[in-house]
Design a protein around this ligand. Structure first.
Ligand SMILES: [Zn+2]
Length: 270
């Protein structure tokens, strides 16, 4: 049966000489894999559309008993060229796709996560360098909420008592904990009110709101936020050990800084 859906490509691998297997996240049918034949033939518009960071309209042959569907046509309907213009945007957009791949089960639609992904790409295509990381963390926090691991914010995640200061976070308990429960939670960590406030903000704001918010963004709070969202995912998503895209972005930034330093030094020496 021919089916039509909007989708984003999560990842692709070459298959044989001319084909490519892509895993896509579709609005109507969730995550599934399909093969695009004739990928390297220049005439294949379908194959050219199956690239990351583009929203595509996909037509494919669907058979429920088959693990790999067959692509028939694909056309780009939304493209955010700004994502590929800069390393930070590219790195965080790759991390968004990688996270969706990790969180989504096969063949289960998640329209809310799809919309969050579309909004985030729209913003990542033009976000300032200073805000790219926070826009990504916002997506990560909302993705956790959408797939059903909403961290407890208003009450202690263990006893449901009050957590007035919101200073203790337990990834394994699933959110903020009160002081007496924290003593029984080995993973409980102390976090600053700034990081807790930032977490609440990104969880509720849209990607566009995160990108243009006027609240002072303290760098230390962002680092803390990143740390406890990652812990949360490690505790709740089987096999999660961080995102490869973020590791690669970190290494690329390190190399770029080293080059800058070298450049500055060689400038001084002259
Ligand atoms: Zn408690």
């Amino acid at each position: 049966m021919l089916q039509r859906t909007r989708a984003y490509v999560l990842r692709s691998v070459a298959f044989g000489e001319t084909s490519r297997i892509s895993t896509v996240f579709s609005y109507e049918y969730g995550k599934f894999s399909l093969i695009a034949k004739g990928y390297r033939t220049p005439s294949s518009a379908c194959a050219r559309a199956l690239e990351p960071f583009r929203e595509i309209e996909l037509v494919y042959y669907h058979r429920p008993d088959r693990e790999l569907q067959i692509a028939s046509q694909a056309e780009v309907i939304a493209w955010h060229p700004g994502i590929e213009e800069r390393l930070d945007r590219f790195g965080y957009a790759s991390a968004v796709l990688e996270l969706c791949d990790r969180l989504l089960p096969t063949d289960e639609p998640s329209p809310d996560l799809y919309e969050a992904l579309a909004d985030t790409f729209e913003v990542l295509g033009q976000v300032s360098r200073a805000r790219a990381a926070l826009v990504f963390r916002g997506f990560q926090a909302r993705a956790c909420a959408i797939v059903g691991f909403l961290p407890s914010l208003e009450a202690c995640a263990v006893c449901e008592g009050a957590v007035p200061a919101q200073r203790l976070f337990s990834a394994t308990a699933g959110g903020f904990v009160c002081r007496s429960c924290a003593s029984s939670q080995r993973s409980a960590i102390e976090i600053t009110p700034e990081a807790a406030g930032l977490f609440r903000f990104v969880l509720r704001a849209s990607a566009a709101e995160v990108a243009r918010a006027h609240t002072p963004m303290i760098r230390a709070a962002q680092v803390e936020l990143a740390g406890f969202i990652e812990r949360f995912l490690v505790a709740h998503v089987e096999g999660y050990r961080g995102l490869r895209s973020l590791t690669m972005l970190g290494e690329a930034n390190k190399r770029a800084r080293a080059r800058q330093l070298e450049h500055a030094r060689s400038g001084e020496g002259r």
